[in-house]
Design a protein. Structure first.
Length: 343
């Protein structure tokens, strides 16, 4: 009975933290509800009837159940598929470890809606494209308070969201991969209060994704900070984007990256460039840059240099049909911040 009270207390605190962190953000948060005090399954430890493998407990769980994993039997060498709407909770994120042993594929794959995952170190996915520590191809999940890591630069992606919406990714530390968080064809997700560090490539990539929030993350010591490809209507605000080789890149490839708001971020000591963009096929992209802090106080608008494709038709006496050419283009942050924000 004492263990049941302990687990329910942990779950209550997790939800309380989740609600507090989400306050004031324009995101609809849908959570699973516990309806029965007796529906907790235990993994590890020495209790009677405890499971030895996390996957076995998940297979025997029902929607709404809690699978609580003790750190005494850690690390758990498993590749897990979560196909039930459950709470999967580790006892201690520093010592409750799920290790994929670099055997290829994902360490955790979430294929059902409304999963809560928290309290783990999740490590050592495969290193080929689309491998991830956590892969999500469902909706309305919470990934909270985890360490997502690998042997430096062996793992491909920390978190991979594919055709996924309504997820809340917050208070995680993601480090050492090729890519930190990658959203592809995904919308209405909230990435907030995460530390994304030491990526061989970009910390956050959005591909063909829209209406996402990237808020109050620390994005440091990566090859690149944030990369948007053909992505629209995203809000990028109050992030520390520092000590990367590149800060933010907005790229048109097959479509357009337009109507994104980049506001009140801190750009600090990025090596090559703080921000740039590329507009495709004559597009005019209405991205809005405002009130960002650009390394130091500025008394004038911040110029952001990018490029634009224009169609060039030489006419007579030249008789070829014309071609697309790339020319330099600029946009501005008209109201740069005079001092850095508290992030």
């Amino acid at each position: 009975m004492n263990k049941t009270i302990l687990i329910l207390g942990i779950i209550f605190l997790l939800f309380e933290a989740s609600i507090n962190q989400s306050a004031g953000m324009n995101v609809e948060k849908k959570s699973i509800r516990i309806t029965n005090e007796d529906n907790t399954l235990y993994v590890g430890g020495n209790g009677p009837g405890n499971y030895t493998k996390i996957q076995d407990a998940i297979n025997n769980a029902s929607d709404g159940d809690t699978v609580f994993v003790y750190d005494e039997s850690s690390p758990y060498f498993e590749n897990i598929i979560i196909n039930k709407s459950i709470f999967l909770i580790g006892e201690n994120k520093y010592s409750t470890i799920i290790d994929g042993e670099e055997t290829g594929g994902h360490v955790i794959r979430i294929v059902v809606n409304q999963v809560h995952l928290s309290g783990f170190t999740i490590q050592n996915c495969g290193g080929i494209p689309n491998d991830a520590e956590v892969c999500i191809s469902s909706n309305n999940n919470e990934i909270y308070n985890n360490i997502i890591t690998c042997i430096p630069h062996h793992g491909e992606t920390g978190l991979w969201l594919y055709h996924s919406s309504g997820n809340l990714i917050f208070e995680n530390t993601i480090e050492h991969h090729h890519y930190g968080i990658w959203l592809e064809n995904s919308l209405n997700n909230n990435l907030s209060y995460n530390n994304i560090l030491d990526m061989w490539s970009y910390a956050i990539i959005l591909g063909d994704s829209k209406d996402n929030i990237i808020f109050n993350n620390i994005i440091c010591n990566n090859s690149g900070g944030i990369y948007l490809r053909d992505s629209c209507n995203n809000e990028i605000s109050r992030n520390l984007i520092g000590w990367n080789y590149r800060g933010i890149i907005l790229m048109d490839q097959e479509s357009f990256s337009s109507d994104n708001n980049i506001i009140k971020n801190i750009f600090k000591n990025n090596g090559k460039i703080d921000a740039s963009f590329s507009m495709n096929r004559g597009a005019i992209n209405n991205n809005f840059w405002d009130k960002n802090f650009w390394n130091k106080p500025l008394n004038f608008a911040k110029m952001i240099i990018g490029s634009r494709q224009l169609f060039y038709f030489p006419g007579i006496p030249f008789h070829f049909p014309g071609m697309w050419i790339v020319i330099p283009w600029v946009t501005f942050d008209w109201h740069p911040a005079k001092e850095p924000y508290d992030i």
